[in-house]
Design a binder for this molecule. Sequence first.
Ligand SMILES: [Zn+2]
Length: 372
Amino acid sequence: MNSYYLKITKLLFGAALVFSYSSCQKDTTMQNDLDVISPQLQSILSLGFSKDKIVDYENFYLVEGCYIFYKDGTEVPNGGMGADNSNNGKKSQIFRNFGTKVTLANANVRIFVANSIPISGVDNWRPALDNAVAQYNALTNLYLNLQVVSSASLADIIIQSDEVINSSLRDDVYAAADFPLGNGKPGRNMYINLDWNSNQTISEAAKTHILVHELGHTLGLGHTDLALASPYQQIPGTPPPSTGDLYSVMNSSYNVLFGWLGFSNYDIIALQYVYGKKINVSIDGPRKASNSGSYTWTAVSSGGITPYTYKWYRQYGSVTTWEGPISTQSSYTSTMPINNNLQLKLVSTDATGITDSTTILVLNGPGRPILQ
Ligand SMILES: [Zn+2]
């Protein structure tokens, strides 16, 4: 399917199914995150529910583990167009709260699939999970590594059938997942609706997409087609709401006919912004020298994980290739090449293998003719 057809198809089907997420639990143990008292929340509280029994989700409040109150005050009809079709894709990549992202210490994210997910047949989502994990791990230069583990005790994320919760997910909901709770770890729970849409079979490609989306929630990514509201924060470098990103994996509307669409470019920018490895290196030292004396240039690195390692290269005269590494120290001391300018290149690598490089030109003077 070419991309144009795919786009048209997605436009046609984009809102055919509601991709919404709820996690209905008998015992609400999730962190209460009601930092904004909206009119809807106020009305729920006025009904007499206790605030500590209300959990804030992106488009609804979950009350006493089972009652869903949509923030826009509407019910989403089963199997119908619940989302605002005109807004599909017309929002930005958003993060639940930058303060609750997975920390570096927890960057190795371990996922366990519980035995409520069958180990064979169409309800076995494990092969699709392997694919979803591989999709994340194929993104380069992220401080994230996803891994499937064989024991719940080793896991950060537990994937279960929605049948284990007090009231299973609605028929039109594929799956549900928690956001990070602020303890530096990913969201704890993911529930899969094994009999979605009256037990319609979901392709492996679509399962992969759904799992990548849900894992996005556990990493803190919000829906790209929801209005920006606290605690959501737009991720810099992603398009403004007026432009949006229809092809984000974090759109809330998704049709299983699409299969696995891949991360959009802005999804990758978003993940790089939140979890990207970044280091920056520059060279401190003279930019002008002469034939006599020796000079020292020093590496200045920031970001990434220390310790850094260094490789210095040089080039001068008629040679146009880099000589070196001429040093692996954090500074380089040398005389100037006689009657030649000197180019220096420095490559800095952090402890995780992320590199940055820079070059400078050192002019050899005075003693050379002045331009007239
Ligand atoms: Zn979602």
